[in-house]
Design a protein around this ligand. Structure first.
Ligand code: 5GP
Ligand code: MN
Length: 341
């Protein structure tokens, strides 16, 4: 249930955390950049929980969330470093502890990492990605658990389960739902489902959460998906499918961050495909953002790390390329041939 480190690692973490929480009055919670429902859900759930423990808690996002997750923020004072750097610095300077949620490498919080490095405040990392980097003294790294929300739920339950209310349960469910691919990915477990049944007892409305997250496309977004699918490329002898979205196409459909969320999964629906990839041109950051999804034993974490400066999980990873879209596609074709040899 508690991943590769086993139960003793977990109880040691809870002990340390309890001790730390007993001695502080304020903290900051930071999820990764371009937050998804797991990162946001875990941060907001923990924030409400710590507030109930009379700890002044501020959530600082490296940048603002995509529009399909804006509903999660309503009623909460959450700031983004990109929009409010000075206020973020003020919160950081006051915090006695920083929680790092749903990332295990400071690269994943972009420019906010420089503030953290200057700050020297103790960091507590809670995460489920492979190969954690060494930036926190107290951490819980559980790569065998499907979402950070599941880990945060276990932690809150150990500390004080009475504090877990409907709102916390809603956030936790949102993160579990999305990071397990709606309970489909291999890391989804009986323990995951048991937690979900506990969340149901808190009165969550799972249909409503599903609709807010998934059934909320703008017409432009559907057109963007249609274009991506129409141009899908398929290398049948390798079982590889990939899509390319150029800046021109993105502009045509008024692309907003988050609009391409989930597109990459469509490639996996093809019978015989074990790797699906999407390349998205990002003119602002001057790079190509890449997402990888795989089935079974094809390890995209290793592939993304080796060829595209990225990482993530065995079946879902990301990376980037600084080359042109054409060069990136060429590099991908040759590297995937080499990788699958
Ligand atoms: P996505 O493709 O949805 O952006 O990310 C899939 C998974 O890979 C997520 O767990 C995410 O945290 C991870 N990931 C995405 N991009 C990167 C990256 O550039 N570097 C690393 N190390 N992980 C990434
Ligand atoms: Mn996650």
């Amino acid at each position: 249930m508690f991943g590769i480190f086993g139960f003793s690692m977990y109880s040691e973490f809870i002990q340390k955390l309890n001790k730390i929480l007993g001695g502080i009055k304020s903290c900051v919670i930071i999820p990764h950049k371009n937050p998804d429902a797991d990162a946001l859900g875990a941060s907001l759930a923990l924030s409400i929980f710590l507030t109930k423990k009379k700890i002044n808690t501020n959530v600082i996002l490296p940048n603002s969330p995509p529009s399909y997750l804006k509903w999660m923020l309503s009623g909460h004072e959450v700031i983004s470093y990109e929009e409010s750097p000075e206020e973020s610095k003020r919160y950081l300077s006051r915090a006695e502890i920083i929680f790092a949620l749903d990332f295990n490498s400071l690269k994943r919080i972009g420019l906010l990492s420089h503030e953290i490095e200057k700050n020297k405040t103790q960091i507590i990392m809670i995460d489920h990605h492979e190969l954690p980097e060494n930036f926190s003294t107290v951490f819980l790294s559980e790569p065998k658990i499907g979402s950070t929300c599941e880990i945060v739920y276990n932690i809150m339950k150990s500390i004080n389960k009475k504090f877990i209310d409907k709102e916390i349960a809603t956030y936790i469910y949102s993160g579990i739902l999305t990071d397990t691919g709606s309970f489909k990915y291999p890391l989804t477990s009986g323990a995951t489902h048991k937690i979900v049944s506990e969340l149901f007892k808190k009165g969550i409305n799972h249909t409503d959460i599903h609709e807010r997250i998934y059934d909320n496309f703008s017409f432009d977004r559907i057109c963007l998906l249609a274009t991506a699918l129409k141009n899908l490329k398929y290398i049948d002898k390798l079982g590889v499918a990939y899509m390319v979205l150029t800046n021109k196409t993105l502009k045509k459909y008024n692309f907003k961050r988050g609009d391409t969320e989930g597109f990459v999964n469509f490639g996996l629906r093809i019978n015989g495909v074990s790797l699906s990839v999407i390349f998205i041109e990002d003119k602002n950051e001057n790079l190509i953002k890449i997402s990888f999804r795989s089935k079974k034993n094809l390890d995209v974490n290793r592939f993304a790390k080796k060829y595209f400066s990225g990482g993530g999980h065995k079946n879902a990873a990301g990376g980037f390329s600084k080359d042109s879209i054409h060069e990136t596609e060429k590099k991908f074709i040759s590297s995937i041939h080499e990788f699958l040899k």
